[in-house]
Design a protein around this ligand. Structure first.
Ligand SMILES: Cc1ncc(COP(=O)(O)O)c(C=O)c1O
Length: 484
């Protein structure tokens, strides 16, 4: 057995292997960035064929040959998220310094469950969380935890909401006894275009999809707060039990922001938990010009902040912030082999006591490094450019023939449609679908598709600050040219 190529250790031979491996890998990555397209790989059935083959030979191939295979099959077929031809989803490119952070994270492989697995990483996460709480306007006594993504941060918030409500309002300890008898009457409110992690969460939490009451949105795709109050009142009259309301701060398709302050007022009035799903909109905090659009976030009991969307960091990176650290109690459970009670007394923080995950990545390092690297001014420019690009597309579409717009963007997404008044609505739907597919496979351009008002629409999710107005004009020209 060759012991030099197993781990990086203080042995010179292993350090040389590490260096060589990283150098060859970065060379292969650099070679893969050989054009500006977002996708140059095959169509789905051909791609399935291309990846077929044994991955476990009798005798190991060694790194060089395995890397050659990756260079042949994998690297050329990635979507290139940093391409300005990529704007399909809330799926960002990765800031270069955060790629460096990922290398550090996976090399040292700290696990965030207990202090003895991640001493400095634990203290850094605690410090990053403390500063994030401050950034989002939370006071003393707030806390948070890094999670795998927006879905898990949302589940966290809703889980803590359920247990808080049961304990405070029903004098019932879910941790000990499971759900109370009347759990089928529990109701949570979220807009009709909220993320599907709402339903996934209530399902996993034993409350089912029916616990999610969908509140209509207005023409700007923001929650109709008068309708929300009526729905709460109706539920109370019907004997149901409202326990939580969720504001979406940046909807997945439109980037629309629910009226945070007004929803907070209702949450206070009805004494229910207020969760903000700011997976997308949390990035606006970095913009001096647009921060006011997410004002009121600090009134939420829990906030989802994602760093792998507008903050452009590698997957995974998300944080679940909680206004009152005491509400983290449902996660607390001591195990003799991991997070002994006496540890806490002696200053050994075991973050597993606040987390759904046990083994957990040191994602906080990406935030720590990148915030320092770019500073307030650097971040401000990145976020402003993205938000202003969406507004540019909205404004320019007003004067373009053959397009129909939807609502004015508040963040960095814009939904629109190719529209020919001489065609039926169904025919227009087909044109939009056809154009999106042609963009991927003929032009190497990947844009989004969604449904608005029952009709197929196209979507630009503009979270790449390298995208220029000229580029957006060219893309709109291209889209128009593909309709026939
Ligand atoms: C509004 C919103 N919330 C939550 C999520 C889920 O985030 P993740 O994909 O990180 O789980 C998304 C994903 O796009 C989203 O748009």
């Amino acid at each position: 057995m060759n012991t030099n190529n197993i781990f990086i250790t203080n042995d010179k031979a292993s350090l040389d292997v590490f260096k060589d491996t990283i150098e060859k890998t970065s060379k292969a990555i650099i070679e893969a960035y050989n054009n500006d397209k977002a996708y140059t790989g095959p169509q789905p059935f051909d791609l399935k064929k291309a990846v077929k083959g044994s991955i476990l030979p009798d005798n190991g191939l060694g790194f060089d040959k395995a890397l050659e295979n990756a260079k042949r099959v994998v690297l050329p077929n990635f979507v290139r998220t940093s391409s300005t031809n990529y704007m399909a989803h809330l799926h960002s490119a990765t800031l270069i310094e955060t790629i460096a952070a990922e290398l550090i994270i996976s090399t040292f492989n700290q696990s965030m469950d207990s202090w003895d697995q991640s001493p400095v990483a634990t203290e850094i996460e605690v410090e990053v969380v403390r500063q994030l709480c401050k950034l989002y306007g939370y006071g003393e006594g707030s806390d948070g935890i890094f999670t795998s993504g927006g879905s898990q941060s949302n589940t966290n918030g809703i889980f803590l909401a359920r247990d808080w409500f049961c304990k405070e309002k029903l004098n019932w300890d879910v941790k000990k006894f499971g759900l109370p008898e009347n759990y089928r009457k529990f109701r949570m409110y979220a807009s009709e275009i909220s993320h599907f992690s709402m339903e996934k969460s209530t399902h996993m939490l034993g409350l089912g999809y029916d616990a999610v009451v969908k509140v209509p949105v207005d023409e700007r795709q923001k929650m109709d707060v008068a309708a929300l109050e009526k729905l709460i009142e109706k539920d109370i009259a019907d004997g149901n039990i409202p326990f939580c309301v969720v504001a979406t701060v940046g909807t997945t398709d439109y980037g629309s922001i629910d009226p945070i302050e007004k929803i907070a007022d209702l949450a206070e009035k009805y004494d229910i938990w207020f969760h903000c799903d700011a997976a997308y909109g949390s990035g606006a905090i970095m913009s001096d010009k647009y921060r006011s659009r997410i004002a009121g976030l600090n009134r939420a009991d829990s906030i989802t902040v994602d760093f792998h969307k507008m903050f452009m960091m590698p997957i995974s990176a998300s944080c679940s912030l909680i206004k009152d650290a005491k509400d983290f109690e449902p996660f607390e459970l001591h195990a003799d082999y991991l997070n002994r009670e006496e540890d806490e007394e002696d200053g050994y923080t075991n973050l597993v006591s606040k987390s759904m995950q046990t083994t957990r990545r040191f994602d906080a390092l990406k935030v720590w490094l990148s915030f320092q690297c770019r500073g307030k001014d650097g971040w401000n420019d990145l976020i402003d450019t993205c938000i202003e690009n969406a507004k540019y597309v909205y404004d320019t579409l007003e004067h373009r023939e053959g397009f129909a717009r939807t609502c004015e963007p508040e963040l960095s997404s814009i939904v629109f449609r190719l529209y020919d008044k001489n065609l039926s609505e169904n025919e227009n739907d087909e044109v939009n679908k056809k154009v999106r597919r042609a963009l991927i496979h003929k032009e190497g351009v990947v844009i989004g598709q969604t449904v608005f008002g029952g009709r197929v629409h196209l979507k630009f999710t503009l979270i790449n600050p390298l995208t220029t107005h000229e580029k957006l004009d060219q893309l709109l020209d291209l889209i128009y040219s593909l309709k026939n």
